[in-house]
Design a binder for this molecule. Structure first.
Ligand code: FES
Length: 126
């Protein structure tokens, strides 16, 4: 059973845009908002060469990776053909305008993967 925690408001995520959720370890989690206000959460790490999916372009139910333009399905994390690969997906719940993620997934999913290959700095010392 999910252990839901609120991470932001739906209104904090731009329509057809993204927002990142920081974790103590491992790559961050990218939240994506579709044009019809659905929210998907993926590990912010492209299955190709670890590009930052949160910096990609959201269209329909997919995001185009900013590094080499692979298209990743937001619901499954799978790359669209002819490319092949999958980034981990997180459960999302919307409740009264709040975006909620499962604490247990945040603490475990993709936690041992190396950081993204490019993108905005996440450390105060950078
Ligand atoms: S790293 Fe995402 S398409 Fe290459």
């Amino acid at each position: 059973m999910p252990n839901w925690i609120a991470v932001c408001m739906l209104s904090d995520i731009p329509v057809l845009g993204s927002r990142r959720v920081a974790r103590d370890r491992g790559p961050q989690v990218a939240l994506f908002r579709t044009a019809d206000d659905r929210v998907h959460a993926l590990l912010d790490r492209c299955p190709h060469k670890a590009g930052p999916l949160s910096q990609g372009i959201v269209f329909g139910d997919a995001v185009a990776c900013p590094l080499h333009n692979w298209t990743i399905a937001l619901d499954t994390g799978c790359a669209r053909e002819p490319d092949d690969g999958r980034t981990p997906v997180f459960q999302v719940k919307l409740e009264e305008g709040q975006v909620m993620l499962d604490r247990d997934e945040l603490d475990t999913v993709g936690i041992d993967l190396p950081p993204v290959a490019a993108g905005p700095c996440t450390r105060a010392t950078c």
